[in-house]
Design a protein around this ligand. Structure first.
Ligand code: HEC
Ligand code: HEC
Length: 335
């Protein structure tokens, strides 16, 4: 796997608790010998790394917004502080990655893959399978971020909340699938979180396997407003079956739906996908157009803003920026 042997560098590292976890991860890793070589961090492409952090929605989650509630505040790029609310009043703020960027590459890599500790609200189960060369470019770019010293509000996790275990190492490809292939589109549909947001979950919280991309994930916005993700399969009725490829491209990059409606910014076109390269978006759209029509889609009138009585099935809710108290720096205690 990508982890290299523990070196002295970690031992002098600033986070002792992480050390213990790292040791555990590495032990676990040793049980399953991998044929994959360690990531060659020195050969990284920084511009590509930056591009990936935009299109894999890292910037989107880890950056507070300007006053309009939409545009990323680029003076605080990656400085964290976007709240995610969960069950029983729990709230977790996205981490300040400009500080985490000071960790050694291998530690950043294992953190993003969720192998050191469970990361609330961060889709580490997706990133755990990121190709080594994408991870290398991304990590190298993150390491160019200058630390932004800025307190974040405290997270709140109820004492009875069961902490999930970190992810085990999984096989990771050395390279992302070749551009121009269906596999490349499939890979992007996972890494750009399309699948994650647009797939319903079963009762265990895992993707409902027979309904991937069928939509129906609910997210709570401010107050009582919810948004439900639409079906992206080739169903002509509920999905993209009647959409042309250019219409899908336009929706992903600019948020204009087939009927001209402006999509809600919760679909991160302006914060993540607007810069997607022609090659990447063509591969992605070709993959979406290969998806068999979903048979069962949720009955809640896909892609509309609505008030839902049933709060059982939402994953997390988020608000666009920091609460006022935090902007003023009253509460402290960043992680
Ligand atoms: C859906 C929102 C979301 C996305 C997308 C996301 N993150 Fe996170 N990330 C979080 C949250 C929330 C935390 C804090 C988790 C916690 O405290 O348990 C976090 C934590 C982290 C940490 C740990 C920092 C530390 O000090 O331990 C790093 C590094 C990180 N994210 C990097 C990334 C990168 C790189 C990407 C893109 C590949 C990414 N994140 C995508 C929400 C997100
Ligand atoms: C953070 C969650 C999220 C992510 C990530 C996400 N979407 Fe969406 N998407 C949404 C929501 C919510 C809507 C509905 C917006 C609305 O109706 O106003 C939507 C709408 C769409 C639509 C319009 C469909 C229709 O019927 O109107 C398309 C196409 C789409 N998304 C494709 C994608 C693709 C491709 C990706 C990955 C590159 C992606 N989405 C990633 C949440 C997400």
């Amino acid at each position: 796997m990508v982890e290299s042997p523990v070196t002295e560098r970690y031992v002098t590292g600033r986070r002792k608790s992480m050390l213990a976890l790292l040791a555990l991860t590495l032990t676990g890793c040793g049980e399953e010998p991998s044929i994959i070589k360690p990531t060659a961090f020195h050969q990284a492409d920084l511009r590509r790394g930056e591009y990936l952090t935009e299109n894999f929605a890292c910037q989107e989650c880890h950056t507070v917004r300007e006053k309009d509630g939409i545009t990323l505040d680029r003076t605080l790029l990656f400085a964290g502080g976007v709240p995610f609310h969960g069950p029983d009043g729990s709230v977790v703020y996205t981490a300040n990655v400009t500080l985490a960027s000071q960790y050694p590459e291998q530690l950043i890599d294992a953190t993003i893959r969720g192998r050191l500790a469970y990361k609330f609200a961060m889709p580490t189960h997706v990133f755990n399978r990121m190709a080594s060369d994408d991870m290398r470019d991304m990590t190298a770019y993150l390491k160019t971020l200058r630390p932004v010293l800025r307190p974040l509000p405290d997270n709140y996790l109820p004492a009875n909340l069961a902490l999930r275990a970190p992810h085990s190492p999984v096989p990771v490809p050395e390279h992302a699938p070749a551009p121009g292939t269906l596999e490349h589109g499939e890979y992007l549909s996972r890494m750009c979180l399309c699948q994650d947001c647009h797939s319903p979950r079963d009762s265990t919280g895992a993707y409902a396997k027979d309904r991937l991309f069928a939509g129906g994930m609910r997210f709570q916005l401010e107050g009582d407003r919810y948004i439900v993700t639409p079906d992206l399969t080739q169903s002509p009725d509920t999905g993209l079956g009647r959409w042309s490829a250019p219409e899908i491209v336009r929706a992903i990059r600019t948020g204009i739906a087939r009927n001209g409606r402006k999509l809600d910014e919760f679909m991160p076109y302006s914060t993540a996908f607007h810069s997607m390269s022609t090659q990447d978006i063509d591969d992605l759209v070709r993959y979406l157009r290969s998806l068999a029509p979903a048979k069962r889609v949720p009955s809640v009138g896909a892609s509309s803003l609505m008030r839902l009585q049933d709060r059982a099935s939402f994953r997390y809710r988020r608000t666009a920026g920091l609460p006022r108290t935090c902007r003023q720096g009253i509460r402290s205690g960043h992680r």
